[in-house]
Design a protein around this ligand. Structure first.
Ligand code: GYE
Length: 384
């Protein structure tokens, strides 16, 4: 890697980030509620979340360019374009690593193909980019290519999903997806109790098999399936797509007709597809229906469906990682140390306040109690 000494100006972008951490009120998508834990302690506290969006952060006139030195070349290997969440993630990274901010961003959409993703990283190494950003489709199979990047002295930053079989990257920014699954389980337990439902027959539409998002959500939720002795009838992947969610639900509606009262969709797009399939099969769902619908991501369209009562509860996973990621690159370019892990804030949303808070032991083994936020029009308007 060409060593570049860069004058780094973070200015008000950093100040904004810090100020935002202390703000409260209705939580919406935020880039700034990240914890600073080096350990695996996620601090998803809705109260820490704020309404600052990446667009606001980036376009703020006072923010100025992130780097004022030579252009920094970034290779970004993105999962694909499978969901609303993914679009928000891509937009966030593209905005943060703009030309105006002093970057030349090489973007590769890997279309959910792991081979293509490894190849894209190897191409970045060959091109001798300054930094590589990876959102890993699956969590394993990474050590060889990361060793190649290390040998070429190209720092790798991982965002969103985790790499679990190599530590040859300088930093990771994302969410603790196991906490999302745990919070969903804790919410369902309280919701069923409040509604007097004593038998839960659950169908799960999971995300891309082997992705850390799927593994985390399944592992967290399954703790409740086991401890509460719920009946999980089936779990099949919808690959985080609307089409996948619809197809899995169409087949569930046939195979488990009249036998289920909960559908857990591991992202909003799967939930949209599942809802279409239930509608077509004459199954009633949501707050006034027979089937409780749980989702993850809480993107704008998902929040709208929560507000409308089609989805009962939605556990957000923040995709706006661009600004934090750009700050890490700027710090590295300035020769500063960076923290290895940054956790984003993750608010939890529901249609109503039947369950006001959820309490659970989080992935870091800490007892936490977090608010369920009732979705309002303001929240939907501020969504991604
Ligand atoms: O939930 C889903 C996307 O990795 C957390 O990937 C992310 C997941 C997100 O396609 O919508």
């Amino acid at each position: 890697m060409k060593k570049k000494v860069l004058a780094v100006v973070l200015g008000s972008m950093m100040a904004m980030s810090l100020a935002a951490c202390g703000s409260s009120g209705d939580a919406a998508a935020t880039s700034a509620g990240a914890s600073t834990a080096e350990t695996a302690e996620a601090t998803s506290t809705p109260a820490d979340a704020n309404v600052a969006s990446v667009a606001e952060a980036i376009s703020d006139a006072e923010a100025g360019p992130i780097n004022k030195g030579d252009t920094i070349t970034i290779g970004f290997s993105q999962v694909g374009h499978e969901s609303d969440w993914r679009t928000a993630s891509t937009n966030s990274v593209k905005a943060a690593f703009s030309k105006e901010n002093g970057f030349d961003l090489q973007f590769v959409d890997c279309d959910n193909d792991s081979e293509k993703q490894l190849e894209s990283v190897r191409n970045f190494i060959q091109q001798q980019v300054d930094y590589i950003i990876i959102d890993p489709i699956v969590s394993t199979g990474w050590d060889t290519v990361l060793t190649e990047a290390q040998d070429a002295e190209i720092p790798v930053i991982v965002i969103d999903r985790t790499i679990d079989d190599s530590d040859k990257y300088v930093a990771w920014i994302g969410t603790e997806t196991k906490n999302e699954g745990l919070a969903a389980g804790a919410w369902l337990k309280e919701y069923a109790k409040a509604k007097g439902i004593d038998e839960l027959n659950i169908l799960v539409i999971s995300g891309t098999t082997g992705s850390s998002a799927q593994i985390g959500r399944t592992t967290g939720f399954d703790q409740y399936v086991e401890s509460e002795k719920w009946n999980k009838l089936d779990e099949q992947t919808g690959d985080f797509t609307q089409d996948g969610g619809q197809k899995v639900m169409e087949s569930y509606c046939k195979s488990y007709e009249g036998q289920f009262n909960v559908v857990v969709c591991q992202n909003d797009n799967e939930a949209f597809g599942a809802i279409d399939a239930m509608k077509a099969a004459g199954v009633s769902y949501g707050v006034d229906g027979d089937v409780i619908v749980i989702s993850f991501d809480a993107c704008k369209a998902g929040q709208q469906m929560v507000m409308d009562g089609d989805i009962n509860a939605d556990f957000q996973c923040n995709p706006l990682q661009g600004p934090d990621c750009a700050k890490i690159v700027a710090d590295l370019a300035a020769g500063k140390d960076v923290q290895k892990q940054t956790f984003m804030a993750e608010p939890w949303y529901a249609h109503d306040d039947t369950v006001k808070q959820v309490s659970y032991k989080n992935a870091a083994g800490k007892d936490v109690t977090e608010d369920m936020i009732v979705v309002t029009q303001d929240i939907v308007d501020a969504g991604y």
